[in-house]
Write a protein that binds this ligand. Structure first.
Ligand SMILES: NC(=O)c1ccc[n+]([C@@H]2O[C@H](COP(=O)([O-])OP(=O)(O)OC[C@H]3O[C@@H](n4cnc5c(N)ncnc54)[C@H](OP(=O)(O)O)[C@@H]3O)[C@@H](O)[C@H]2O)c1
Length: 164
């Protein structure tokens, strides 16, 4: 079972603006749903607040040091990365890191594979970004095309050349 980062990223590495996605591409949302369905997803509190509800048919793991969550099915609150990694040992499914920026950063060294949708835009005044080197040490494995001229690239960690 893998730990997989999944992100949609603009040409200038932007991923968010004003707490939301800066674009709307239904093809990418459909792709995200199909890819993550029946797996576990990990998100930071800001992304949880932005989505506003648990994503169905997935185990929703929300990370926060300070907030509480009301109890509801399929939602778990976790206080740090080690808690998530400990739980992951018992999950019989993949663990998708779905953002945002702080959460990708938190799990960067644990991610085995990145699934990256390239958004053909440059977002002015974005306030959430990927770090420019987030794919360092990963090799392109696969490319597919979605509707709306979107490319999705899958990168796998280059284990041979990985020196933490
Ligand atoms: N383009 C994409 O694919 C994509 C995907 C997801 C999100 N986004 C965008 O990204 C933006 C949000 O990103 P963000 O970086 O502001 O927030 P985020 O990662 O969603 O959430 C940050 C919060 O998560 C909690 N957190 C993060 N790391 C933690 C850790 N190691 N241990 C415990 N808690 C931790 C903290 O919550 P507390 O403050 O409660 O302690 C922190 O303030 C939004 O604009 C969203 O739309 C884009």
């Amino acid at each position: 079972m893998e730990i997989i980062g999944i992100v949609a990223i603009a040409k200038n590495y932007a991923i968010g603006k004003d707490g939301k996605l800066p674009w709307h591409y239904s093809a990418d949302l459909k792709f995200f749903k199909k890819t993550t369905l029946n797996h576990a997803i990990v998100m930071g509190y800001n992304t949880w607040a932005s989505i506003g509800k648990p994503l169905p048919k997935r185990l929703n793991i929300v990370m926060s040091r300070s907030h509480e969550l009301e109890h509801q099915p399929r939602v778990i609150l976790m206080r740090d990365k080690q808690e998530v990694l400990a739980l992951n040992k018992y999950l019989g499914c993949d663990l998708f890191i779905i953002g945002g920026s702080q959460t990708y950063q938190t799990f960067a060294e644990n991610i085995d594979k990145w699934i990256v949708t390239e958004i053909p835009e440059t977002v002015e005044d974005a306030d959430a970004f990927m770090s420019k080197d987030f794919l360092e040490g990963f090799n392109l494995e696969e490319m597919t095309e979605l509707e709306d001229d979107l490319k999705v690239k899958t990168y796998v960690k280059d284990v041979q050349n990985f020196h933490p």
